[in-house]
Design a protein around this ligand. Structure first.
Ligand code: FES
Ligand code: FES
Length: 191
């Protein structure tokens, strides 16, 4: 390689490396992580492939089903549509972080008691979205529950049982009232 070509290659390589592997910090389920994601890496890929948090599911990969829902700075987000590099400094909570390790939250117990999961593939996203609702509203009406959960699809059609489970969890005190970190309507959003 001639000197000019080598210089050009080095310049390209250095900027490419800095761009592709920019170090960032995020807090996931109360643990701080320093990671260097690719520019095109989604938050979902980062959670599943780098941090081994596989509770968050990939299904449609285009912001339609809600299986990948996480709490991003307290608000619901579709992690399949969220670029990891946009989460520098953010706080993320996944389904693994809804209760201390080895235990189940009141909401999770209510999903079991009311048989709100069949195949269970949508359930992590449903739980995260439901917790976001309860963080905002301690005693939501059924209409409010249905509206807040409208961004989470269930191919098994367990919608009535999901509403029952969320209502029961609220009655059992799973709702902690308004939270500055929660979205106003609980509806998921992409980045
Ligand atoms: S995987 Fe379906 S919305 Fe993200
Ligand atoms: S329980 Fe099967 S997709 Fe919801």
């Amino acid at each position: 390689m001639c000197r000019a070509a080598f210089k050009t290659w080095r310049t390209f390589d250095t900027s490419l490396t800095a761009e592709l592997f920019q170090l960032m910090r995020l807090t996931v389920n109360d643990r701080v992580h320093d990671v260097a994601p690719r520019d095109d890496e989604t938050l979902l890929e980062l959670l599943r492939d780098r941090l081994a948090l596989t509770g968050t599911k990939l299904t449609c990969d285009r912001g339609e089903c809600g299986a990948c829902t996480v709490l991003l700075d307290g608000a619901t987000a579709y992690s399949c549509l969220t670029l990891a590099v946009s989460c520098d400094g953010a706080t993320v909570r996944t389904v693994e972080g809804l209760a201390p390790p080895g235990s189940l939250s009141t909401l999770q117990q209510a999903f079991i008691a009311h048989d709100a999961a069949q195949c269970g593939y949508c359930t992590p996203g449903q739980l995260v979205a439901a917790q976001a609702l309860l963080d905002h509203s301690a005693h939501p009406t059924d209409d409010e529950i249905r509206a807040a959960m409208s961004g989470n699809l269930c191919r098994c059609g367990t919608y009535p049982k999901i509403v029952q489970a969320i209502r029961a969890a609220a009655e059992a005190g799973a709702g902690v009232g308004p939270s500055a970190a929660s979205t106003a309507d609980g509806a998921p959003h992409g980045a």
